[in-house]
Design a protein around this ligand. Structure first.
Ligand code: ATP
Length: 515
């Protein structure tokens, strides 16, 4: 665990050192849970967005995109349930004055029990060696059984308190579990209160009665309220989808884990409208397609898993998360939800406008059902960073930090490096860049030794480096070096385009998803 935390810390500082992610307003000591993307980060982020957008809009004839405004009519958030129900239970420690999410305190407590069990198992495994039987040990060891019973008891009370929105019970559970504030170490807790996660602001001048508006906490509602516009003007036939990428804002109580939980973040959401009764079939299809999309990146199939929801939101009849193994455990990156006709019906009710679809095949009108796929760009970014980050020891004892990005997502595709800064080599390097720059993001670097330059490119995940030497002027060949294997090959300049294009093309990824 400690080692994992260590990796995470290194990843965060790597992100800053190489221009991927900076804390927002850093010269003013930062702003909690808000981050800026730097020169490398923005390229990676744009590539992730393109990969998602094309997978939705390019690969599916029946999916189209929109870009709706962040500000929306305030009644939309009444209709969607966000004004009344988009809350987190919060609790303050009276001594440290620190604020926590009550549910997170209990989840952490449960995770600690798991750690204790794991420690017992590890100890026993060492003691018994090859003869160790994990299942038997878990079923018979007294201490493990005690921990498991405690976990079960806390979990049951926790689930009930959350389901009933019973904050007194939630607080009592924190007290009964003797959970202390990590800062003050005391158990001097306030009551548990509801805290709405939406940011509010005012539109118009106060003199003419300003209107309270919200910064959208999800992009999905912009799609629902445009359902009819898109369906009619695009002559869309059910089943069809509407995709959107855009900023969302949530006043998260606990800001931690870097860009995993931000107050300003970006979502990529797609709402797929289907006939009532066909939603579970489509849910299954999108669940599978979305996992394929993740796995096609080649970071390792074992790093992903589904987490099917047992407790469903009031509007959903099936829901699952796709989780990625972050340095701090398996965490949600994407949610896939079968949202029934909740949103469209609710907007119909609140707006007084009929929101229905006339199905020419069935010869009747109905409110479509919806399958939603919702993924955070920033969490996706973090999963790619975490899955690509490697520290390697090389022959001779040297080490290198290398980001083994899926080549299609790498910020820079090619570094062009003249061996020396003279004798016409820089000019030859520029010639190569001019040849390739229309298709690939290239970087020119002539400073320091070739070894150092390779290290710099490894650290930003550039899949290819080409080196120009004196011989290149005569034979028009260069040395191409492959990031992951560090192998080098002498190839004609004329063949570079083909070699690079084959590896960095998104087409290879798209093919895997549609297979
Ligand atoms: P969590 O339980 O982690 O708060 P959620 O279930 O509330 O997440 P959704 O409302 O389903 O999340 O949002 C869809 C996606 O948006 C998530 O899978 C995640 O990738 C992203 N997301 C949600 N909240 C944040 C946040 N505060 N910062 C970054 N990404 C977020």
């Amino acid at each position: 665990m400690a080692q994992q935390e260590d990796v995470f810390k290194k990843l965060v500082s790597h992100c800053k050192e190489y221009g991927f992610v900076f804390p927002s307003s850093e010269i003013y000591d930062g702003l909690g849970a808000v981050y800026d993307y730097g020169q490398m980060g923005v390229e990676l982020k744009n590539n992730i967005k393109r990969y998602w957008w094309d997978s939705m809009v390019l690969l599916n004839e029946n999916v189209v995109g929109i870009d709706s405004a962040i500000f929306m009519h305030p009644t939309i958030w009444k209709a969607s349930g966000h004004v009344d129900a988009f809350n987190d239970p919060l609790i303050d420690n009276k001594d440290s004055k620190k604020r926590y999410r009550a549910d997170v305190l209990i989840e952490d407590y449960l995770a600690k029990i798991d750690e204790k069990i794991e420690k017992e198992v590890e100890k026993a495994a060492k003691r018994f060696g090859d003869a160790f039987d994990r299942t038997k040990f878990m079923e018979t060891n007294g201490r493990v059984l005690e921990h498991l019973a405690k976990k079960e008891e806390v979990h049951t009370r926790f689930a009930k308190a959350l389901n009933d929105s019973n904050f007194d019970d939630l607080r009592q559970l924190i007290i009964d579990c003797e959970i202390a504030c990590p800062i003050s170490g005391t158990r001097n807790w306030t009551e548990v209160r509801q805290f709405n996660l939406m940011f509010a602001t005012e539109m118009g001048s106060t003199s003419d009665g300003a209107m309270k508006v919200y910064l959208r906490p999800e992009t999905a509602q912009g799609i629902f309220v445009n359902f009819l516009n898109v369906q009619k003007t695009g002559r869309m036939k059910i089943p069809f989808g509407i995709a959107q990428i855009g900023k969302a804002f949530r006043n998260e109580i606990v800001a931690r884990q870097f860009i995993f939980r931000m107050r300003e973040f970006e979502q990529m959401e797609m709402q797929f409208f289907v006939r009532p009764g066909e939603e579970l079939e489509w849910f299954k299809k999108w669940k599978e397609t979305r996992l394929k999309w993740h796995k096609a990146l080649g970071l390792g199939d074992k790093k992903y898993r589904y987490h099917d929801h047992e407790k469903l939101a009031h509007y959903a009849n099936a829901a699952t998360d796709i989780e990625f193994e972050m340095p701090f455990g398996f965490k949600e990156v994407e949610g896939i939800h079968s949202r029934t006709d909740f949103d469209l019906s609710s907007h119909e009710k609140f707006s007084g406008k009929k929101i229905q679809y006339f199905d020419p095949e069935l010869n009747k009108s109905y409110t479509p059902y919806v399958i939603e796929t919702s993924i955070g760009v920033d969490r996706m970014f973090l999963s790619i960073m975490a899955g690509s980050y490697h520290e390697e020891t090389l022959e001779g004892g040297d080490t290198r930090v290398v980001l083994k990005f899926p080549p299609a997502l790498a910020p820079i595709k090619l570094a062009v490096l003249p061996l020396v800064k003279k004798d016409g080599l820089p000019e030859k390097a520029r010639e190569i860049i001019n040849l390739l720059k229309f298709d690939f993001k290239c970087q020119y670097d002539e400073k320091d030794s070739i070894g150092k330059r390779y290290r710099r490119q490894d650290a930003i995940g550039t899949p290819f480096c080409v080196t120009i030497d004196h011989q290149s002027l005569e034979d028009n060949c260069v040395t191409i070096r492959f990031r992951d294997t560090m192998q080098q090959e002498r190839v004609p300049i004329a063949s570079l385009h083909e070699i690079i294009a084959d590896k960095v093309s998104m087409k290879n990824l798209y093919k895997q998803i549609t297979e």
